[in-house]
Design a protein around this ligand. Structure first.
Ligand code: TXA
Ligand code: MG
Length: 497
């Protein structure tokens, strides 16, 4: 069913960017949410974000004849109609609904055809999909000198309101990002600090070959000098001069998981200054997969030392705003790439011993690593007594300022309005205090992505306590639980840990 107030013919679409809304995925996301509170929150957030955007953008709904459930489709249509938004909608011939067409047209084909019809250039097109995901497009030819960024860049956000703020602050999205990256690369070369988005968490970056620049990181984060930094590279070639050995197993792992949330620890070469490794003869290296981070590193021409961009010991940042709130004023540039898609830090694995050892569980789990290189050790990661192998693996970390407690039964706190509840999945329980759901579908990867944002949300409410139940101890759940245990370190009863 097409929207009744779809009224595209009186617009020429020539003076503003056009936001295409993928009706199919938005409908699925909003109406399949089996948690009432989540559904209300999502809907309200989406409608008010669209209101904000509609002042400076055209909004076009991509109709989809394949939306199987007509009642949910009707619900979305009435929601948009009642909200008083000025929305256009693609016509039936563009969706492929007419009988003569060869079935459903892809989202990109629909955008292309609509844009051709109304003369909307590539760089003024944006696509909004479920998962608060925005895709921006570029006309590579108009960008001049070669960039390694893909022609389509997808960014995710924690909320539709974050999505709207990002779009409003990037009137020429692709161009703005490229300019930011070019300026950032120059700033890094000059020895100053640049905040960069990675797929895990935001990093506070400096030229790893410049000790004075690296020192600024420690000062900004109030990080003790005994805690070494990870060095980020844009390809393996850039890594080789930084190490003296590159064992076969490390090679196999990086071939399989780079770019991605994997950090390898190897013997360092003299090129890596002592301040980076806290005097240790080994260096931790990672090639992130976020295309903005890769392009920034590549253009700077330097390996980039970057810890998570938070004050030492505090909750890690998964948005540019998180960084601004905690470290604002201490860095020289920030690249806002939306929310981090993995959401927790990389897996750190050391190759200094005969058998590789996982020093920090993270985005890539032990099973996946062992499937690639055979047996690895991981026994020390939650042992608070042992903080020597990886000095930064201190027992208390990632902490909220509100005490956080790991509990078996969050329901025990249902009647406390001063207690925030962090839940992994769905619950029918009525809690008097605020509740954050890490994943409405009980998906550990989604939980990881929302973990730090949810912790921050609850932490901002001046509660007396946050309670959380651990995730099942498998896959990325192991890494999420590791962060929760460390965040809870000062406050958990031993019995509950
Ligand atoms: O996902 C990540 O790894 C993020 C993003 C920004 O890349 N970075 C990150 O950095 O989490 P940071 O500094 O917050 O945590 C790095 C951890 C520290 O706990 C540190 O002790 C450990 O890696 N590490 C760094 N160099 C090491 C080394 N040479 N040997 C053993 N552990 C090391
Ligand atoms: Mg950190």
């Amino acid at each position: 069913m097409a929207l009744q107030n779809g009224n595209r013919n009186d617009k020429d679409y020539s003076d503003r960017p056009v936001i295409f809304l993928e009706k199919k995925t938005l409908t699925e996301e909003i109406f399949s949410s089996n948690i009432q509170a989540n559904h209300r929150r999502l809907t309200k957030d989406l409608v008010s974000a669209l209101h904000e955007l509609s002042n400076q953008h055209y909004l076009v709904i991509l109709e989809d004849p394949e939306i199987s459930d007509h009642s949910t489709d009707n619900r979305l249509n009435s929601l948009f109609l009642e909200s008083g938004l000025d929305l256009s909608t693609t016509s039936e011939d563009l969706t492929g609904k007419d009988k003569s067409s060869q079935g459903e047209k892809s989202t990109l084909t629909q955008i292309e055809e609509f844009s051709l019809q109304y003369g909307i250039p590539v760089e003024r097109r944006l696509l909004v999909q479920a998962g608060t995901k925005v895709s921006i497009f570029s006309d590579q030819k108009s960008l001049g000198t070669g960039t390694f960024l893909p022609e389509t860049l997808a960014m995710c956000f924690h909320t539709y309101s974050d999505l709207a703020s990002w779009i409003l602050s990037h009137p020429s999205p692709y161009q703005n990002l490229i300019e930011g990256i070019r300026a950032g690369a120059e700033i890094l070369r000059e020895g100053a600090l640049v905040v960069l988005p990675t797929e895990t968490v935001y990093g506070l970056g400096a030229d790893a070959t410049n000790p004075a620049a690296v020192e600024k990181i420690f000062t900004a984060k109030k990080r003790p000098f005994y805690d070494p930094l990870i060095v980020h590279v844009s390809d393996t070639k850039q890594m080789l001069p930084l190490v003296t050995e590159f064992p076969e197993k490390a090679k196999a792992l990086t071939t399989r998981f780079w770019p991605g949330p994997l950090t390898i620890v190897l013997p360092k070469s003299p090129l890596v200054p002592a301040i980076v490794t806290a005097g240790s003869p080994s260096v931790a290296i990672r090639m992130p997969s976020n295309p903005l981070a890769l392009e920034l590193i590549r253009l700077s021409g330097r390996p980039i030392a970057a810890p998570s961009a938070n004050l030492f010991g505090c909750t890690s940042p998964t948005t540019a705003r998180h960084v601004q709130q905690q470290l604002g004023g201490t860095y020289d540039a920030i690249i806002d790439g939306g929310a981090c898609i993995v959401g927790i830090e990389s897996t750190v694995i050391s190759f200094l011993e005969e058998i590789p050892r996982i020093l920090r569980p993270g985005g890539i789990d032990q099973k996946a690593i062992e499937a690639c290189i055979g047996k690895v050790l991981a026994d020390q990661q939650d042992n608070p007594e042992d903080s020597t192998t990886s000095p930064g693996m201190l027992p208390s970390h990632y902490a909220t300022s509100t005490p956080l407690r790991i509990v078996e039964n969050p329901s025990d706190y249902a009647s406390r309005n001063d207690v925030g509840v962090l839940l992994f999945g769905r619950s029918d329980e009525d809690f008097l205090g605020p509740v954050e759901y890490l994943s409405s579908s009980s998906d550990p990867a989604e939980a990881a992505k929302h973990l730090y944002q949810a912790m921050r949300n609850l932490d901002s409410l001046s509660l007396s306590l946050i309670v959380v139940k651990l995730l099942p101890e498998t896959g990325i759940g192991i890494a999420v639980n590791n962060r929760l245990r460390k965040a809870a370190n000062n406050f958990s009863d031993t019995a509950e840990k």
